[in-house]
Design a protein around this ligand. Sequence first.
Ligand code: FMN
Length: 172
Amino acid sequence: MIELLRKRRSVRQYTDKPVEKEKRDILSEALLRSPSSRGRNPWEFILVDDRENIAKLAEAKKHGSSFAKDAGLIYVITGDRDMSDMCVEDCSIAAVTLHYTAVSLGLGSCWIQLREREKDERTKSEDYVRRLLGIPDSYLVLAMVAIGYAAETPEPHPDNYLQKHKIRLNRF
Ligand SMILES: Cc1cc2nc3c(=O)[nH]c(=O)nc-3n(C[C@H](O)[C@H](O)[C@H](O)COP(=O)(O)O)c2cc1C
């Protein structure tokens, strides 16, 4: 695990090589193996692999989503707030589990925030994606995770990137 964490970076450029079914299945399994508060699994994950909807999802935000148009696939992470008051935490853990699993499979990936973000002056990113994919209004649309074969290789963060002073011993 630590070796995986050491090389993990967000990847925003992808080749056009499709993600194989075996790897898609493992990514989906990883999501479903995520821990959740009280084991409620309040989430629904939408795997988007058609080019038209991938291109539309890439327009979900003013900044920070356009690169997703070249992703092999996108998982949209949604959750039922009525099912759990820990929905944001549960869905976040699932998204990051997916991100690490992608690295372990030799894939690149990047989290794209949707909650509390805007597509434009009039449209929230969450609402745009909700309408596009038919997600019920009551559902949180937390984020999407773009995944594909990497066309860039960001350097692992060096040791001096780590803010070691942020680990405090016994007291703040
Ligand atoms: C909660 C969260 C939201 C993020 N949202 C975006 C985003 O909308 N667009 C994007 O390109 N990257 C996004 N990222 C990726 C971060 O920009 C990235 O993790 C950070 O710059 C550190 O780089 P690294 O992941 O390569 O270590 C997000 C990451 C997290 C954890």
